[in-house]
Design a protein around this ligand. Structure first.
Ligand code: ADP
Ligand code: MG
Length: 296
């Protein structure tokens, strides 16, 4: 490869909002046949908002929400931000949290307002021995089918409420996936969110493969499984934005960070999409294919 044409392409990329942190990425991108995306903050805005609130019999929605929002005070997850904002919007007073035990990829347990509050996914509550009535599980399934993230809350070990948050898809996501397919590239989504939620979002965007329920530490293994599942022998790119995505960004043949994401993700990546539009991966692939073709 002629270093000069690579340098020129890297300069062009910079003007198009694509930063190559490693020059070799431009060469590897040409061989990419599978692009896997993180969901939250990469394909979606990463700014969920509370949409549904359904208390169990005998519980008051606002009382439970105030405790849940108080509990979320110890978390920096976008879901925490959404629940705290919703409680504030309703003018609720959030009780101060005494102790928080954050369980990455599951939710959290907190001591707040004189109660032990659990808030998170089904696995978190089941793991803590909370019995979830069928009606609540069914409701969660319906909400997930709408592409929302369904959450459960328990007070002192008793199932108290089903909540849902929705995180809008980024305007450029659908077109980016369509363009990748036209280039002969297979697409996938890797997420910690529930399977039904992930599938609903994937269907909306047109993504080929879904790997859901992945714990933060499991994203690297998920990438390897995906390689086997797609049967593709070309290179694999991973696009992500979060702290949790850093190991997968380093592990993929090409790690692509969303520029509006965390510094940890950017540091681990080979390429950065400055604007945060996932469509930048299409531009990067195009640039790579043209450059490598002209060199030969
Ligand atoms: P993603 O890959 O979509 O960013 P995460 O791995 O961060 O997802 O979280 C996976 C799931 O764990 C969430 O969909 C949610 O059900 C639950 N969860 C994580 N953090 C929290 C939190 N602070 N409050 C409630 N639920 C949470
Ligand atoms: Mg993310």
């Amino acid at each position: 490869a002629t270093p000069v044409s690579i340098m020129v392409a890297i300069g062009r990329g910079a003007r198009l909002g694509i930063l190559f942190r490693k020059g070799t990425a431009l060469q590897t991108l040409e061989r990419v046949r599978v692009v896997a995306f993180d969901k939250t903050g990469t394909l979606t805005m990463g700014k969920p908002a509370l949409t549904d609130l359904e208390p169990a019999t005998g519980f008051d929605a606002n009382t439970v929400l105030a405790l849940v929002a108080g509990a979320e005070g110890g978390s920096e997850h976008p879901i925490a931000t959404a629940l705290i904002a919703a409680a504030r919007d309703r003018g609720l007073t959030l009780p101060p949290v005494i102790k928080t035990d954050v369980q990455p990829g599951l939710g959290l347990r907190a001591e707040v307002g004189g109660k032990v509050v659990l808030v998170g996914n089904r696995a978190l509550l089941s793991g803590a021995g909370v019995v979830l009535p069928d009606a609540m599980v069914d409701r969660a399934q319906v909400l997930a089918g709408q592409g929302k993230t369904a959450l459960f809350a328990a007070l002192d070990g008793q199932a108290a409420m089903v909540l849902a948050v929705a995180d809008p898809v980024k305007p450029g996501s659908r077109d980016a996936i369509k363009a990748l397919h036209e280039m002969g590239v297979t697409t996938a989504m890797i997420t910690g969110d529930a399977d039904a939620t992930a599938r609903a979002i994937a269907a909306e965007i047109g993504i080929d493969h879904v790997v859901a329920g992945v714990l933060p530490a499991g994203k690297v293994a998920a990438l390897d499984n995906l390689r086997a599942k797609t049967g593709e022998h070309g290179a694999l790119a991973f696009v992500g934005d979060g702290i949790n995505d850093a190991p997968a960004l380093a592990h993929a043949d090409v790690g692509v960070a969303i520029g509006t994401g965390t510094d940890v993700a950017i540091e681990a990546a080979d390429v950065v999409l400055v604007s945060g539009d996932p469509g930048g991966i299409v531009t990067a692939l195009d640039l790579s294919r043209h450059t490598m073709r002209n060199i030969r």
